[in-house]
Every structure is written in structure tokens, then in C-alpha cells.
Design a protein around this ligand. Structure first.
Ligand SMILES: [Zn+2]
Length: 285
């Protein structure tokens, strides 16, 4: 199998070191609807993120399963086995929310088994820039709709975590999967990826755009499925951190001073780290 080194290191820049032994508890299959499931790490820790990758959404149709994100290739067999417990139809499409390894590096093995992998043009360009050997064949810009087995799947390109994140909306199920535009566990550092085109200004705009969709449940990139009120609370946290950094930057504080001020207020960024703060200061000045 091709060894992939998608930019997980970049995805985790500023994150605290992974602590403790590697997790042994495999991700869990969780039912959202009769035809929508998520495959989700049990404890939402950084160690699990490194071992297994982020959340996957599974949408079942009569023609095959559609996955949103792909975890990583280390848990390929477990991912396929879990989908097999739901359907004997093939995995037909894999939609990647963005290019980071914890979401995208399981895709080549799924493509090798016949799945068509879709990512936004902008985030495919991020993979090209990272000089990866494998590239998705299908891209879109702005908006795309898939119709699989009579079910509609809407893809929206919305910048925030990267230059061209994909939000996947399932209107009939009233479920939306947003990748790392949402990740609320306190153990997973809140961050955008500046080298890949992310922005805290665009992030809040992205969360506001997502909030206009008619959904009941939201699958985030890491952590449990959110209700709409829980998602609204997450948006407030992202907005509040951004505005606090903006105000403290205007007061002439250093990155270290800002981080020290934010840490007790927001449990962010991690102890001894400034995380996204230096880049945010440049963006928000
Ligand atoms: Zn992630």
C-alpha cells in the first residue's frame, strides 16, 4: 500500500505533544438516522486523533455508501468492516472535507477498492503543494450536488479551517458534516491551518453560513455529534476567542501575553503554547 504523509504535522502545528500510550479502543459506530451513521473516536483525545484520524459520516443508499472523510489508512480494515455491518453495497463515494491526513489519508485505500474520491479544487491544490503521491481525481469549486440511489448530497465550499473546506449537507436526513470547521472537545486544540489558507475571520463566517442550513444534527471533525444549540455554543466560543485576540492585539500585547490571558478564559491555547495566536495577531491587527 502506498505510504501517505499528508500534512498531519501541519494540521497539528501548535498542538500539545501526544501524551500517554497509544489508544487501543477502536472507534465506535454511532447511529444518527436509519441511513446515517458516524464512526467516531471514543474519547476525542489527541492520541486517538493520531492513531485513528477524525470522524467519518456514512450515508447509506440503494446504490452504495457515501462516506464523508476517511480516517487514516491504519484503520482502513476497521472502517470497511464497520460499513459492511450496515450494507453489502460498495463504498461508492468518499467526500473529503479537507486535505489534512487525519481526514484524507484513508482515501487512497478506499479509491483502490473502487470508491470515487471528491475534494474541493482548492484543497486538492493543498495536497499538490504538499507533494503527495496520491491525488483525488474529482474536484469541484463553489457548490456541487450528488444524487446517489435517489438521495441528494449537497457539497458547499466554505473557507475557514483551510482555503476550501467542504460542508456536506444531507437535506432529507437534516444532517450536516463539516469536518474541522467544528471540533469542540477541549483536548483537541481549536485552530485553523494558515499555511493551507485558513482564517479565523472566515471561520466565523463559515459557522454563520452553516447555521443557515436546516439541520438537526451536525457531525464535527472531532468529538461527538452536535445538536444545533450545541453548534451555536461552539460558534460563540470561536467568535469570542477571535474578538479577544483582536482586542488584546490592539492593546499591544505580545503573543505570550495574549496566550496567558486566554488560557484561563477559554482553556486555550494549550499550556506553554501560543497555538494560532501569532498568526491571528497578523490577521486581526
Ligand atoms: Zn482534523
Amino acid at each position: 500500500m502506498t505510504v501517505l504523509l499528508l500534512p498531519i504535522a501541519a494540521a497539528l502545528a501548535g498542538a500539545p505533544p501526544v501524551a500517554g500510550p497509544a489508544p487501543t479502543e477502536l472507534p465506535k459506530l454511532i447511529k444518527i438516522r436509519d441511513d446515517v451513521y458516524t464512526i467516531q473516536n471514543t474519547n476525542s483525545t489527541l492520541a486517538e486523533l493520531g492513531a485513528f484520524g477524525g470522524n467519518v459520516t456514512v450515508y447509506l443508499t440503494d446504490e452504495g455508501a457515501v462516506l464523508v472523510d476517511s480516517k487514516n489508512d491504519k484503520v482502513h480494515d476497521d472502517l470497511v468492516a464497520k460499513v459492511r455491518t450496515l450494507t453489502d453495497k460498495p463504498i461508492k463515494y468518499v467526500i473529503l472535507t479537507h486535505n489534512h491526513g487525519d481526514h484524507a489519508s484513508g482515501a487512497p485505500a478506499l479509491a483502490a477498492k473502487g470508491a470515487t474520491v471528491i475534494i474541493s479544487r482548492g484543497d486538492r491544490d493543498n495536497i499538490v503543494r504538499a507533494k503527495q503521491a496520491w491525488l483525488p481525481e474529482v474536484t469541484y469549486t463553489g457548490r456541487a450536488d450528488l444524487f446517489v440511489g435517489g438521495k441528494e448530497i449537497q457539497l458547499r465550499e466554505i473557507k475557514g479551517h483551510t482555503r476550501a473546506d467542504t460542508v456536506v449537507y444531507l437535506p432529507a436526513a437534516r444532517v450536516v458534516a463539516v469536518g474541522d470547521l467544528a471540533h469542540n472537545p477541549l483536548g483537541i486544540p481549536l485552530q485553523v491551518n494558515y499555511p493551507d489558507g485558513g482564517s479565523w475571520t472566515e471561520w466565523v463566517n463559515a459557522l454563520d453560513a452553516i447555521a443557515t442550513l436546516d439541520f438537526e444534527f451536525l457531525v464535527q471533525g472531532h468529538g461527538p455529534v452536535l445538536t444545533k444549540p450545541e453548534f451555536a455554543a461552539f460558534r460563540e466560543r470561536v467568535f469570542a476567542i477571535r474578538e479577544r485576540v483582536r482586542a488584546l492585539t490592539a492593546q499591544g500585547k505580545t503573543a505570550e501575553e495574549i496566550a496567558a490571558t486566554l488560557r484561563p478564559e477559554f482553556t486555550w491555547p494549550a499550556e506553554g503554547r501560543t497555538g494560532n495566536v501569532p498568526d491571528m495577531m497578523k490577521e486581526l491587527q
